[in-house]
Write a protein that binds this ligand. Sequence first.
Ligand SMILES: [Zn+2]
Length: 104
Amino acid sequence: MNYVVDTRKIVKALLFKKQQGNCAECKRPLDVKYGLRYFTSLEYGGTETYDNVELIHVQCGNAGTKQKRTVKAWVLQKGGKKPQEIAQELGMSLSTVIRYLKTE
Ligand SMILES: [Zn+2]
């Protein structure tokens, strides 16, 4: 008999435990629709493995995508600024800006 191992399901379950059932972005309970966020995206060679993903609300993911676009647009427009300056001008946290700059 063949068994199909759903690794995605296992990874999700492990992450849920690791994150104590909370969203990696807003830290609130994962009680509404959530999904995976990749540290290194699949298009850049990232994998769907435990160390490359975290669980976040779908809503938080969408908000993140919007913020990421804002940061990218800002850099394109003004260029060569320090993350601290971007964070201050856009009213975002420094860690958020650094993450979006890295995933560019
Ligand atoms: Zn969230």
